[in-house]
Every structure is written in structure tokens, then in C-alpha cells.
Write a protein that binds this ligand. Structure first.
Ligand code: ADP
Length: 342
């Protein structure tokens, strides 16, 4: 019977025993509490039961008491202000920015997430790139987030907790979103999503504009930024603007990552997008160059297969882990956000 109690409730990340969810456990028939009332969640649970034996399962509607109990257990009982004031506790919040699209910002956000996980951190990824949301696809998300008691459990992809605009906005609607809608969405994604267990929250920001930076600076006491650029000078010039934007809202910039820096072809190294862009940008912004990532076939193939996790077994992952380590080592001073106009 132990096996049954150990079954993990989708989204909640807790076992049936921890949630006190098994009501009746007779020989082959079991009654469990249905906390979500979502059919695919029931299906996943049925499937998990099938893996351990032949059971007839009955789902019972959760009572208010049961919902209250479990809300406490998963931290969904905190109210708005309490939650906002404690949001930074034990959590680094890192926005990944770029001047323009297509430089590999989402790919790097995902790779860093996978690397931090390998280094023992609990990772959340908030995909706020409304014009190019792609994180769930790159990582191969199977299930959407789960609403529970006016809060949302992020989608779990292996160990990573992921939330994306993709789950809430139709692709063709995204283009008509305006600043205020984005602002509201960021607030919900920060405070309605259950990020309780996360040590590092990575935010894939939309390129350029700075709207999300401004929103974050209004909701959070502080956050950090990483600027991604290619070596091309036009990419670094626009990236510089997004770096300057971070400084304006007084977010600390951890450093610059140069992507698509070079390419290994047989025994020679070529530089399809020029050289030194990342280094020059880091000097201009007066922050470290955290690393350079080559154009790499294993990254392209794994992304195309919607499973970037495959990169874990490849040589390139060493470089990604070094960068992740540099980020863990480098904790910029926590500057409170200053919104006075200068
Ligand atoms: P952005 O988020 O900046 O718009 P993406 O992360 O979507 O950019 O990357 C754009 C394209 O480039 C994707 O097809 C991605 O797979 C590819 N890509 C990004 N970085 C690399 C890399 N280092 N090597 C190979 N392909 C890459």
C-alpha cells in the first residue's frame, strides 16, 4: 500500500500521503480527494495508479476544510501583501534581456535553468516574452499549469517549474497586448503562481522595450539582469540600450552573455557574426562578461526536437554550467529599486 501513498499529485509536488488525499483504501477500490477537478489531472493520477496495480478509483470533491488544509501545506494561503513582502526571501530573481529578438535569449534562459538544476538549485522560469513565448516548446512541456484555490501551480518540466504567457494568450492575440495588460500579467505571474520552493526565478523578458523591466521594478524590491547579445555590433548597440534600461530602474546587472560567438567547423573556428561584441558591451556597461556560447549543432537539434534537456549529455553543456556557476558566485549588491526620475 505504501506505493499508493507515495504517488505524487500532479502539480502539487506532494504525495497523496502528504496531502492526506486517500480517503478510503479497500482492497482494490480507493477513494481520493479531487483537489483540481481537472480531467487531465485525474487521468494522470489514474495512470499512476495503473502503474502500481489494478485499482478502481473514485474521486471525491474536496471539502472547503480539505482545501484550506492543503492550501496551508503548499503555501497557497498567504494573502497579497504578506506574499509580496516575503517574495524575495531566499530567492534570486534574474531577468534575461536582449536588445532584439533572435539572439538566443529564450534558449539561454532554458539552458541556464537546466544547468542551475544540475547544480542543485530549484529553478522557476517565467516566460514573459509575449511576442516570442517559446520556453514550454523548447523544454518540451507536457502539461499546462494547474489552478488551485485562486492560485496557480506552475507547469513542471522535469524539475523545472515553468509558467508562460503561451498558456494564457493565443499567439495571434499577443500582438495587440499593450503595456497595462502586460503589467497586470506580470503581477499575476509573480504573485499568483506558487513559486514557494524556487531558489532562482529566471524571467525571459521580451526584447528591447523595457516594459517588463519597469513592471518588475514596481512589483519587486530588487531584481537582477543578464544581458544576452550576439557579437554583431548592431545587436550590441540595442543590447546596450536594454542594459542602460536595467540601470535606470536600478536593477543590478550580473553580466553579459555573448551567444553565437563562434562556430567550430572541422578543425577551424569561424566567426560568422564578428568578434568581441559581448566583451565590448560588458565594458560599456561596466559588468563582467559571464561567458561566450558558440553556435552549436547540439543546441539546434535539441531545440528542434522540443527537448533542450538532451543538451545535458553534450560537451557544450560544460560551457553552460561554467556560466551558471559564475552567476551563482557573482551576487551583485542588492540595490533597492529607486523609481525617482533622474
Ligand atoms: P530569442 O529568444 O532571442 O528570440 P531564441 O532563443 O528563440 O532567440 O533563438 C533563436 C534561434 O536560434 C532558435 O532557433 C535557437 O534554437 C537558435 N539558437 C540560439 N542559440 C543557439 C546556439 N548557441 N547554437 C545554435 N542555435 C542557437
Amino acid at each position: 500500500m505504501m506505493e499508493i501513498e507515495n504517488i505524487v499529485y500532479p502539480g502539487f509536488n506532494k504525495s497523496l500521503a502528504e496531502l492526506n488525499a486517500v480517503k478510503k483504501n479497500k482492497k482494490n477500490s480507493i477513494e481520493i480527494i479531487d483537489f483540481t477537478e481537472i480531467e487531465w489531472v485525474r487521468d494522470v493520477l489514474r495512470h499512476r495508479f495503473d502503474e502500481v496495480g489494478k485499482y478502481e478509483i473514485k474521486f471525491l470533491k474536496a471539502t472547503e476544510d480539505e482545501i484550506t488544509q492543503v492550501s496551508k501545506l503548499v503555501g497557497a494561503d498567504k494573502n497579497g501583501d504578506e506574499l509580496k513582502n516575503n517574495f524575495h526571501k531566499n530567492k534570486r530573481i534574474i531577468g534575461i534581456t536582449s536588445g532584439k529578438g533572435g539572439v538566443g535569449k529564450s534558449t539561454i534562459t532554458s539552458l541556464l535553468g537546466i544547468a542551475f538544476d544540475e547544480l542543485g538549485k530549484k529553478v522557476g522560469i517565467l516566460d514573459s516574452d509575449i511576442w516570442g513565448f517559446s520556453i514550454p516548446k523548447i523544454l518540451g512541456a507536457k502539461f499546462p499549469p494547474i489552478p488551485f484555490n485562486e492560485r496557480i501551480f506552475p507547469s513542471k518540466i522535469n524539475n523545472l517549474s515553468v509558467i508562460s504567457m503561451e498558456y494564457f494568450v493565443k499567439q495571434d492575440e499577443a500582438v495587440i497586448w499593450r503595456g497595462p495588460m502586460l503589467h497586470k500579467a506580470i503581477e499575476q505571474f509573480l504573485f499568483e503562481v506558487l513559486w514557494q520552493d524556487v531558489d532562482i526565478l529566471l524571467i525571459d523578458m521580451p526584447p528591447g522595450t523595457g516594459d517588463v523591466s519597469i513592471s518588475l521594478s514596481q512589483f519587486l524590491k530588487y531584481f537582477e539582469n543578464i544581458v544576452v547579445t550576439t557579437p554583431q555590433s548592431n545587436a550590441t548597440i540595442v543590447a546596450e540600450r536594454s542594459g542602460i534600461m536595467s540601470k535606470k530602474v536600478n536593477a543590478s546587472i550580473i553580466g553579459v552573455i555573448e551567444n553565437m560567438s563562434y562556430m567550430q567547423v572541422n578543425d577551424s573556428t569561424i566567426f560568422p557574426f564578428g568578434k568581441d561584441g559581448g566583451g565590448n558591451l560588458s565594458k560599456k556597461l561596466d559588468v563582467p562578461l559571464l561567458g561566450s556560447i558558440p553556435l552549436n549543432e547540439d543546441i539546434t537539434i535539441a531545440s528542434e526536437r522540443n527537448n533542450l534537456f538532451e543538451v545535458r549529455d553534450k560537451e557544450i553543456f560544460g560551457t553552460i554550467k561554467e556560466i551558471a556557476n559564475a552567476i551563482i558566485q557573482h551576487q551583485p549588491k542588492k540595490k533597492p529599486i529607486d523609481l525617482t526620475i533622474k
